[in-house]
Design a protein around this ligand. Sequence first.
Ligand code: R7I
Ligand code: MG
Ligand code: MG
Length: 313
Amino acid sequence: MDHTSRIDKARGLLFGLALGDCLGAPFEGKEGVTDSDIVAAQNGTGALRHTDDTALALVLARHLAHRLGGRPRKVDGCIDADVLAREFAEAWQAEPWRGYGGGVTKSFGLIVAGTHWRNAIRAVFPDGSFGNGGAMRVAPVALVGAGVREVTELARRSAEVTHAHDDALHGAVCQAVAAHLAIQLDPAQPLSAGAFVETVRDAVPSTLWAKKFDIVAELAERDTDPAEASAALGNDVSAPGSVPLALLSFLRHPRRPDAAIRFAIRAGGDTDTVAAMAGALAGAHSGYAALPTPAVSRLEAAKQLHLYAEHLA
Ligand code: R7I
Ligand code: MG
Ligand code: MG
C-alpha cells in the first residue's frame, strides 16, 4: 500500500469512528429511526459533538503516537498500561459529561484519587466489566500493529486497564482485528464477508462469540434489515451485545461508511457506540474520501483526528 492510501485509510478509520459516534449519540435508545432522520442530522449545520467513545479513542491515538514518536516501531513499547489508565481517567475527569458508563465513572474516580487501575476496576466489577468500552475506542491500534498477532496484543493491553472481563477483551480484539483487515483490503476489490468473519473468528477463542460470528456471516450474505440484525445479535452496552452488530453493519455496506453508520443507528440501542465501531471499519476500508464531506468537516475533534491519523499512518 502506498503512503497516500495509508493516510487516507488512517483518516477514514479515525473520522469514521468519530462520525458514527456523533451521528449515533442523539438516537441512543430511540425506536423507529429512519434513514431520513439520520441524513437530516448529517446534513445539518454547526459542530457535531462526540461522546466518550471518540474522547477515549483520541486518548489512545495520542498515547500510541507519543510512544512511537521517532523511534523504530516496537509493539512492546507502544502501550504503557499504567500511563494509559491515568490518561483515560484524566480525560474523564476533564469532561465527565461525555456520557461515560456507570462502572468506568467509578473506576476513573478511584484512579484519579490514586488507586492503581488493577484494584480500581476490580473494586467496581469483581469479574471485570463486560461493557463495550474497550472495543469502542480500540480501532487506532490497528494503525500500529503489523499483523493480527500484534493487533490482538495491543487491543488486549489497551482494553484491560478498564475492562478485565474476557468478553470485553474479546470485543476489543474482534473490533481491532476487523479494523486491521479493513485497512489491508483493497476497496476496489469485492469483499468476501465469509472469509472476513473467519479471520476475525480465529482471533477470538470463545464459543459465545463463535455463535455470534455464525449469525454475522449468515446475515451479511442476505438482505437483512437493522431490526432483524439487532434482534439476532443484540444492541446493548455489553461487548458481545454490540460488537458483532457493528461488524455486520460494516459488512452490509463495506464501501459506504455513511450507509454502514445509518444501518447501525437504525438497529437501535447503544447507537453511538455501534455506529462508531461500524464507522471505523467502513472508514478504514474505503478511506476518508468515501466519508460524507460536509459532515466530517463539522466534527468537533477534526483537527486532532487529522493530526493523529497522519502521525499513526
Ligand atoms: O464499557 P463502558 O465504558 O461503557 C461504554 C458505554 C458506551 O455505550 C458508551 O457510549 C457509553 O455510553 O457507555 O462502561 P462500563 O461502566 O464498564 O460498562 C457499561 C455498563 O455495562 C455498566 O454500567 C453496567 O451496566 C454493565 N456492566 C456490568 N453489569 C454488571 N456486572 C458491565 N460489566 C458488568 C458486570 O460485571
Ligand atoms: Mg458514548
Ligand atoms: Mg454508547
